[in-house]
Design a protein around this ligand. Structure first.
Ligand SMILES: Nc1ncnc2c1ncn2[C@@H]1O[C@H](COP(=O)(O)OP(=O)(O)O)[C@@H](O)[C@H]1O
Ligand SMILES: [Mg+2]
Length: 439
């Protein structure tokens, strides 16, 4: 990408300071377009349309920016006839971005790159901080590099849409006592072990765990148990130990063990004898060689299949407390949809209607829905040469194409609720299935 002129640079600064200022942003977009940076102009115009949907100037600019033929195309992309000003031809020297050279080779305008740019045009909602190598020089850079620790505060429970029940239970059972050091001491032993989040895939377990770390002002160390497991017998134990050692050095720290079921004996693995040792190692770490060493280390586990988790791990004092994370309820779906549509050029979207239609959809399904809708609008625009915003037509069409990915999960969960609810450990699940008249 060629260096930007000082004028464009200072306009960028001004726009960053006043992101709502539509005329200012359009001015920037026009300059970018004049300079041949059509992709960047599209991105700015898209954000302007976010703030002023339907604004005729913004739309015209968007059309001009998107109509600019990309260098090296056989046939020039059609220009929106509604746009009166002819688009300035992009200088032949403006080289295609790396993305455009690898994807959608001969389509005139690189839609994918433009979409990526639109995503980049607004500040990211969640800033994922870079993992510090060593906090205070006390850490061993080797293992910090192996297990990435996120600094606290990026995501809070308020960022998790809906799921009020989950939040209330987390607050009462986990956060309130932990936030207060006095209470923490008082509870002492009873807080040992970890909390196991379970539920269908894509419904926010990882998200909730990260938010818990944010709430506690703790760092976040997320590891997939599959990453801990190592082909070389013996290494898995050491990996597990190193995860916890890293957490202890970085305390306060939430250790999030994802895919905890991978340690379960029910999964056939070639190195299952090593598995036993890894489970034992985890138990040792959970119990804390001496409990004081685990001060400030909070353990959360997650699994889609809690019934496959090694029973030794489910005993009292270990992952004995469970929290069911269900598909997003209506407020959660609205929040998730809002989030995924936020950086996209949309118009006249009735969120309420979509929320009603997407019962049972996971967070991941909803993200996918928004992507498909964006894709259909972009392809349509490419076909007709007339820029079209993403509308209800696209979203409803995408919703129709998708079936909730949580369905198969509920099918097996139903059997567990019916036949394997020993000791009432899945009472939450039973209650939910009954409420949904599925039991
Ligand atoms: N309640 C929610 N509020 C906001 N986003 C959510 C919610 N539930 C899921 N998501 C989004 O859906 C995606 C999948 O969630 P994730 O936590 O990875 O699911 P899981 O760990 O349960 O498989 C994430 O990108 C997350 O941002
Ligand atoms: Mg996950």
């Amino acid at each position: 990408m060629p260096a930007e002129s000082p004028l464009i640079q200072s306009l960028r600064t001004a726009v960053a300071a006043a992101p709502q200022d539509v005329p200012l942003r359009l001015h920037l977009a026009q300059l970018l377009l004049d300079a041949g940076a059509a992709d960047a102009a599209v991105a700015e115009a898209a954000v302007a349309l976010q703030h002023a949907p339907g604004d005729p100037q913004a739309r015209a600019l968007m059309a001009r920016a998107m109509g600019t033929p990309a260098p090296g195309t056989a046939t020039p992309a059609p220009v929106n006839p509604a746009a009166s000003t002819p688009a300035p031809a992009a200088p032949a020297s403006s080289a295609p971005t790396p993305a455009s050279s690898t994807s959608a080779p001969q389509r005139g305008f690189d839609w994918k790159a433009a979409e990526e740019q639109i995503g980049d045009a607004v500040p990211p909602r969640f800033v994922e901080p870079e993992a510090p190598l060593t906090e205070d020089g006390s850490g061993d850079p080797g293992d910090a590099a192996a297990w990435d620790v996120e600094v606290p505060g990026a995501v809070r429970l308020a960022d998790v849409g809906g799921l009020q029940e989950v939040k209330d239970r987390l607050e009462a059972a986990f956060l309130a006592p932990l936030r207060n050091p006095e209470l923490r001491r008082l509870y002492g032993k009873s807080l040992r072990g970890g909390l196991l989040l379970y539920g269908p895939p894509g419904c926010g377990k990882t998200f909730v765990a990260r938010a818990v770390a944010g709430e506690l002002g703790a760092k976040f160390l997320s590891v997939s148990v599959n990453d801990v497991l190592d082909m070389w017998i013996g290494n898995s134990e050491r990996n597990m130990h190193e995860v916890f050692e890293t957490a202890r050095r970085q305390a306060p720290c939430v250790v999030f063990l994802d895919e905890l079921d991978a340690l379960g004996g029910k999964r056939s693995r070639t190195h299952s004898s090593g598995m036993r040792n890894t489970v034992n190692q985890l138990l040792t770490e959970l119990d804390g060689v001496d409990a004081a060493a685990n001060e400030g280390v909070f353990v959360l586990g997650a699994t889609n299949v809690p019934w496959d988790v090694d029973l030794a791990l489910r005993r009292p004092g270990r992952f004995d407390r469970t929290l069911l994370v269900l598909p997003p309820d209506a407020p959660a779906r609205e929040a998730i949809l809002r989030h995924h549509l936020r950086d996209r050029p949309i118009e006249n979207v009735e969120l309420g209607k979509l929320v009603k239609l997407t019962e049972g959809f996971s967070g991941a399904d909803l993200a996918h829905l928004c992507e498909s809708a964006a894709e259909s609008a972009l392809l349509d625009s490419a076909r007709t040469g007339t820029v079209r915003m993403i509308g209800m037509k696209d979203l409803l069409g995408a919703a129709k194409q998708l079936t909730p990915s949580t369905e198969p999960w509920f099918a097996s969960a139903r059997n567990v609720a019916l036949y394997a609810n020993e000791g009432g450990q899945y009472d939450d699940l039973v209650a939910y299935l009954k409420r949904k008249r599925r039991l």
